[in-house]
Write a protein that binds this ligand. Structure first.
Ligand code: FES
Length: 640
């Protein structure tokens, strides 16, 4: 009989060929976690084969590299001869899980933009005036900038003019000029002057104003380094969770208040950064903003009324470059604030930034770019053409409209596995702390696991009697204030002393959201005469959290049923695009060009949209043949 030795304990047992490694381990007294109940779905019961042979080594969750390193799933692989197996500590297994096939950690696509920020600092040494050389101070600056830096037209802002004479003379005519060359070639605006050589970083901010969250990167333009990212809730949420309710609020005289609320949030984040990194907020010399069209209108104090009225036309898609003082933003008052151009009422500068970050301008491949945030926006195309639409998906994946929904921060459940034997959940939280709520990636896995294990049916309803039959007195499905609910964590296990649940109402909201996104993709593909299966690459941005399980996003019908290697998760593409624009005027030119080039498809005007939406209101879809891998998984689960 084959001998199996377990490392690092050195324990040995004998087991017949064909024994599951999980059972062999149990025989040796080793308990391996089986969050999915040993169904080969979660990929967490990892062990490494150090020597010897196992059968059933392959599993779609393991990459070729991981297989080569000897990793196998203990609930799938079987003894095929003498073996030495390593059962590594949890931390090591977690690392492998993060890298496994089918799970993607957000990674930004790199495109090497030539470094050319609009704002730069130039050190100059001027000759003092004499009776023979009695040019004005400004003319002296202009002369040296023209001779040494090809800047033919210098505009000196009044606050700088007011202290120019004293700064030049007190610094022996050796000064650092902060110039904003945002305008035409050969022109620059002098926005600050300091004695001596440049010191410290040259600070600027990339900003993403989302309907739900405001996220900010502090950037050093000199080194190109993103120093720190901070975020907070968009304070406008107090006046409405989605863009429509905020537009309505603005129509009732709330425009000024909404503008102040978002500016307050921005100023609070700037203050947080300045305290943490000990800089004066006046040392921040530029801000690039990516936001949806409504958020841009509200930030600039432009009435957004026409955005919600047929034919859905915004005041503008391109916005003037303003100064921080004009908008009340607490950075250098002369710093320019550039808002990325929008495409249409519901495809804003955040999508222009996203397309830039996703490098659609640089690919021949048929690419789908999808931004899932408070809304779902889609761009389909390649470097020659791009079509875009907005899906009015709603903010469920950002936590809104979900009873215990929360952002992807510490304490958020980001992965749920349900054992098909016990129907009990295993949770994984960000920061490995007791759960406080559930974020977007957690919701996707929860929904998929509930579907595959039979906790819910394909319309999203709880199978209460089935769960009660399996779980008995400790059934996790119960009647709550809003209908049936599944308890993800009991109060004693949670981080806030409350039961954490997913209700049928939550599930319905999530299904609605994923259905709107899938229907948008389906309508757009049909309009372009292509099949979703023709898409060569799917690039996903937005606020999904850190890790996405592609298999489960397909299982709920959020993503089309394509091979996993066609998907890439890019993280916050809105912010990444704004960061690129801060660092390179070429990136900005490209963003302007792409915003003008995208063709907008109005889904509401498309007769087939409602039909597609209704068809997608099932898990994964009413036409399950569009999801062959899910059909196979459900059929397999039904036979267990
Ligand atoms: Fe083995 Fe889940 S994959 S327990």
């Amino acid at each position: 009989m084959p001998k199996i030795t377990f490392q690092p304990s050195g324990k040995s047992i004998e087991a017949p060929a064909g024994t599951l490694l999980l059972d062999a381990a149990a025989k040796a007294g080793l308990l391996i976690d089986t969050p999915c109940g040993g169904q080969g779905r979660c990929g967490r019961c990892l062990v490494r084969v150090e020597s010897g042979e196992v059968s059933h080594r392959e599993n779609p969750h393991l990459s070729a590299k991981q297989l080569q390193e000897g990793w196998v799933l203990a609930c799938v692989a079987r003894v095929a001869g003498d073996l030495s197996l390593n059962v590594p500590p949890r931390k090591e297994r977690e690392k492998v899980v993060e890298e496994r096939a089918g799970t993607r950690t957000a990674t930004a696509l790199k495109y090497e933009w030539p470094r050319y920020p609009a704002v730069r600092q130039i050190y100059v040494e001027l000759t003092p005036p004499t009776l023979e050389d009695a040019f004005t101070d400004v003319d002296r600056l202009q002369r040296v900038l023209s001779q040494e830096h090809s800047i033919e037209q210098l505009y000196v802002e009044l606050p700088v003019l007011q202290r120019l004479a004293s700064t030049l003379r007190q610094s022996a005519w050796k000064v650092t000029l902060t110039l904003d060359a945002d305008s035409r070639l050969g022109e620059a605006r002098l926005i600050d002057i300091q004695p001596g050589k440049p010191k410290g970083p040259l600070l600027a901010i990339a900003l993403d104003i989302g309907t739900t969250n405001v996220v900010m990167d502090l950037v050093d333009l000199r080194s190109g380094r993103a120093i720190e990212r901070v975020s907070e809730r968009n304070r406008q949420i107090a006046r409405g969770e989605d863009v429509i309710s905020r537009i309505v609020y603005s129509e009732k005289g709330g425009l000024g208040e909404l503008q102040h609320l978002v500016v307050d949030a921005i100023n609070n984040l700037v203050k947080e950064l300045s305290q943490k990194h000990s800089f004066d907020t006046r040392q921040v010399y530029q801000m690039v903003v990516a936001s949806n069209t409504t958020m841009t209108h509200l930030f600039l104090g432009m009435p957004p009324k026409s955005i919600r009225e047929e034919p859905y036309v915004p005041t503008a898609n391109q916005f003037p470059v303003l100064t921080a003082a004009q908008l009340g933003v607490d950075i250098n008052p002369l710093a320019s604030i550039y808002n990325l151009p929008a495409v249409a009422a519901y495809v804003g500068g955040d999508i222009t930034a996203g397309v830039l970050a996703a490098c659609l301008f640089n690919t021949d491949r048929l690419t789908l770019f999808l931004d899932v945030g408070t809304n779902g926006e889609i761009v389909l195309g390649n470097k020659d053409w791009m079509t875009t639409c907005a899906c009015s998906a709603g903010p469920a994946f950002e936590g809104a409209g979900v009873r215990h929904g929360m952002r992807a921060t510490t304490g958020a459940i980001e992965e749920v596995r349900i054992s098909n034997k016990t129907l009990g959940p295993s949770l994984h939280t960000i920061g490995d702390v007791p759960p406080l709520g559930i974020c977007g990636s957690g919701m996707i896995t929860a929904l998929a696991e509930m579907l595959v294990t039979g906790v819910i049916d394909r319309s999203g309803h709880m199978k209460t009697s089935y769960v009660q039959e399996v779980m008995g007195d400790r059934s996790r499905v119960r009647k709550g204030d809003h209908g049936a609910e599944y308890v993800l964590a009991w109060a004693a296990e949670s981080g806030n002393g409350q039961d954490i649940v997913l209700t049928e109402v939550d599930i319905n909201n999530l299904i609605r959201t994923k259905a709107a996104i899938y229907a948008g993709m389906a309508v757009m593909a049909r309009n372009l005469g292509i099949n979703l299966s023709d898409i060569e690459e799917v690039l996903i941005g937005g606020a999904f959290g850190q890790h996405i399980d592609i298999e489960e996003a397909i299982q709920i019908g959020l993503l089309p049923d394509l091979p996993w290697d066609r998907f890439k998760f890019l993280g916050n593409t809105s912010l990444w695009g704004a960061y690129n624009v801060l660092l390179s005027k070429y990136a900005r030119e490209k963003a302007d060009e792409m915003a003008g080039k995208m063709t907008y498809l109005e889904l509401i005007a498309d007769n087939s949209f409602m039909n597609e939406l209704m068809a997608a209101m099932f898990l994964p879809h009413t036409d399950i043949d569009q999801f062959p891998t899910v059909k196979a998984a459900l059929e397999k689960a039904a036979t267990r």
